[in-house]
Design a protein around this ligand. Structure first.
Ligand code: AMP
Ligand code: ZN
Length: 475
């Protein structure tokens, strides 16, 4: 069976056929870097990570591009509040985004383009649209003429009157049509701006993604992903701009991730009900959070609550106990004659069902179900002490570890990353630093130096600063 993906554009499950056989290009709308990311943002980023991991597992050559929106109203506002430059704010939060993603075991994209580094490409694209009569200039701003694109609304499936209601565009009497949106915003005093044929200004959000996606992945990309809030107007506008400019389809498959909710409400910055990913990672291991975030199919909403995370913790414990018990047999794969044991059948069944689940629009909830069914079978055999060839345990280990690695819930890179270890070591190191401070207060330099030197031997470097003593793991 081949893979099927639910395409938000056609609103049905479609056979997956990339433009070029064996190659897949993916563009995922990344964060606006004015703050740390919350676990709602993390859900969308994690789904993209799993799509990519699974396609690689299936043998595709994947190129993933995920942008960083590093200039927009929110960034300008926050930088003003903090009295720092927009560059500094975007840089800090961009770095924090990479750090948080790594802690969640998300593999970096092949390219992470930044909007401010692609102004030239955006201006070129806007110029093409002006030349084609699909855009107009008013007082240094450039607007997209929605009327010029006959299939406007095809992604969000909205009627013109709904499009108006949903557009939430700024009321601007100068526009020809309220649905028209700005691709270039004329500079306002004190705001960052770039030179353009229409005067100083900055790009609009939608043109950023059109220009960056086409620059790094070509005119037609295979998969375009993002959270469901982006379907309209963001993705609708990306389609309008890109397809009118090139005359070819912009993305073959549109994938939208349903919201992570909290108390029945969408988790969001503006709702002020969010939990930062880094705070969640300080309390739960990477694999537990990953398990929780993929425990529902990506098109279904998922509720964040304590009970679900506790369940994920329990599930992960069962899984790692089982893998620990099986690991010792790993080298015995294929050593013995194949037996015809029920466990061997269970292993084969799990491999088939895992692939079926993931082939059907990346159904991670079902895929996890197949993994835990096999864990149950293995535990039964282990506890009943039935004679089972070691090679069958080895096969079970291989099947489980391979599928868990696709989902990133076993042996992820982040499991060994300093972030997780640091969180676990913190109370212990803080205690030692307290003893060291006591020694220093007593002018017992020998003990104080000994603690510092012994920590260095353990690859923990400490630094005395005016604000106190800090520490970090060095490798
Ligand atoms: P933003 O930084 O708000 O532009 O969001 C970055 C990405 O996270 C986008 O793809 C959003 O659609 C997605 N996102 C935001 N909130 C949620 C949520 N509660 N659940 C799932 N995805 C979300
Ligand atoms: Zn985008």
């Amino acid at each position: 069976m081949g893979m099927k993906i639910y395409n938000s554009l056609s609103r049905r499950l479609e056979d997956f056929e990339p433009l070029t056989p064996e190659q897949v290009t993916i563009y995922s709308c990344g964060p606006t870097v004015y703050d740390y990311i919350h676990i709602g943002n993390a859900r969308t980023a994690l789904v993209t990570d799993i799509i990519r991991r699974y396609l690689v597992y299936k043998g595709y050559n994947v190129k993933l591009v995920q942008n960083l929106t590093d200039i927009d109203d929110k960034i300008i506002k926050r930088a003003g509040e903090l009295d720092i430059s927009t560059e500094q704010l975007a840089h800090q939060n961009g770095e924090a985004f990479f750090e948080d993603s790594q802690r969640l075991g998300i593999q970096p994209a092949d390219v992470h383009p930044k909007a401010t580094e692609h102004i030239r490409e955006m201006i070129d694209l806007i110029q093409i649209l002006i030349d084609k009569g699909a855009a107009y200039v008013i007082d240094g701003s450039v607007y997209y003429r929605v009327n010029a694109f006959a299939s406007y609304g095809k992604l969000s499936n909205r009627k013109p009157e709904d499009l108006l209601a949903g557009a939430r565009v700024e009321i601007d009497e100068r526009k020809e049509d309220p649905r028209d949106f700005d691709m270039w915003k004329a500079a306002k005093p004190g705001e960052p701006s770039w030179d353009s044929p229409w005067g100083k200004g900055r790009p609009g959000w939608h043109i950023e993604c059109s220009a960056m996606a086409m620059k790094h992945l070509g005119e037609t990309i295979d998969i375009h992903a993002g959270g469901e809030d982006l379907r309209f107007p963001h993705h609708e506008n990306e389609i309008a701009q890109s397809e009118l400019a090139t005359g070819v389809p912009f993305a073959r498959y549109w994938m939208h991730v349903a919201f992570l909710k909290i108390d029945g409400q969408r988790m969001g910055k503006s709702e002020k009900n969010f939990i930062l990913l880094r705070d969640a990672l300080d309390h739960y291991p990477t694999e537990v959070i990953r398990h929780f975030l993929i425990s529902a199919h990506y098109r279904h909403p998922l509720d964040y609550n304590q009970e679900s995370l506790t369940k994920s913790e329990g599930a992960l414990r069962r899984l790692s106990n089982c893998l620990d018990a099986l690991k010792q047999y790993d080298t015995e794969v294929g050593l013995n004659e194949r037996t015809d044991s029920p466990l061997q059948h269970a292993v084969e069944k799990m491999k088939t069902q895992f692939t079926q689940a993931m082939d059907t629009d990346f159904n991670t909830a079902q895929a996890l179900g197949t993994i835990f069914t096999l864990v149950g079978e293995v535990n039964k055999v282990l506890s009943s002490r039935h004679e089972v060839e070691n090679s069958v345990f080895a096969e079970a280990y291989q099947a489980l570890s391979e599928t868990c690695q696709v989902l990133g819930i076993y042996n992820t890179e982040a499991q060994n990353s300093n972030g997780n270890i640091e969180a676990k070591l913190e109370p212990l190191v803080e205690l030692l630093l307290e003893f060291r401070q006591d020694a220093r207060n007593r002018k017992d330099w020998e003990t104080s130096d000994k603690i510092r030197d012994r920590l260095i031997e353990l690859n923990i470097e400490i630094k005395d600063t005016r604000e106190g003593t800090t520490w970090k793991i060095v490798s």
